[in-house]
Design a protein around this ligand. Structure first.
Ligand SMILES: [Mg+2]
Length: 246
């Protein structure tokens, strides 16, 4: 069965979330004159990243709303910076801080340089869509801001609206349904090995792990999961399938 469609993750796959996230956080800490409370900027980013990795999955599992995970992340971070109990930080204060950080982050939004060239190559011959563990409005805003939304139109499935997140097979199947294709006709590309690559593989899609960090040294890559270090490698990834540019 030929590959006729490609579904993409957004953050750290097409869109350089990590860079904008770090830039936004550091800009906010400088503005508040709080950066000196950390040994170095990397320590602040590491703390924020760790909190995000802890709290964001609670949103994906349905334990927190989209706003709720923002509140939880802000409260956890500020409690460390301000040396106060998280419960002592009012919702309004935590959300105001998050909004301010988010504005700095938005100023640093950027797509990876290899994203638009790949989508331009694929668009004439493939149906393209998004499957993301997020909510549709912010993902649309990001893709539009960096000039990529036109490749996807309304073909976005996000966990907030779908009701389940990756690696649940149902969200990959919802993405395939949007493309009006069977899972065996669709490739999925994402930067997280377990959530994206194994999730897509287990859902019956052609799975491609985008390993920008070059972690190929790991020895537990499941057979059938393809690994690339750049989106430019995607056209040559699936043997036996015609993808333009190969
Ligand atoms: Mg991602």
């Amino acid at each position: 069965m030929p590959i006729r469609g490609v579904l993409f993750d957004v953050d750290d796959t097409l869109f350089d979330y990590s860079a904008s996230d770090a830039a936004g956080l550091l800009a906010q800490l400088r503005q508040d004159d709080l950066l000196a409370r950390f040994p170095d900027p990397a320590a602040a980013v590491e703390l924020w990243h760790g909190i995000t990795e802890s709290e964001y999955p609670r949103f994906v599992r349905g334990e927190l709303s989209f706003t709720g995970q923002r509140l939880a992340r802000a409260r956890a971070f500020l409690s460390r910076v301000w040396c106060t109990a998280p419960a002592d930080i009012p919702d309004a204060e935590a959300l105001a801080w998050f909004d301010a950080y988010s504005a700095h982050r938005r100023a640093a939004w950027a797509a990876f340089p290899d994203a638009a060239p790949l989508l331009e190559t694929l668009a004439p011959a493939f149906r393209l869509g998004i499957v993301s563990n997020a909510a549709v409005p912010p993902q649309r805003r990001k893709l539009e801001a960096v000039g990529l939304l036109s490749y996807f139109g309304d073909r976005l499935v996000c966990s907030e609206e779908h009701g389940a997140g990756k690696p649940d097979a149902s969200i990959f199947h919802a993405g395939c349904a949007l493309l009006e294709l069977d899972p065996g006709e669709v490739a999925y590309v994402g930067d997280r090995y377990t959530v994206d690559a194994l999730g897509a593989h287990d859902a019956g899609l052609h799975a491609c792990w985008l390993d920008r960090g070059n972690l190929r040294g790991r020895t537990d890559i499941r057979p059938g999961v393809h690994v690339i270090e750049s989106l430019a490698e995607l056209p040559g990834t699936f043997p036996g399938h015609r993808i333009p540019g190969a």
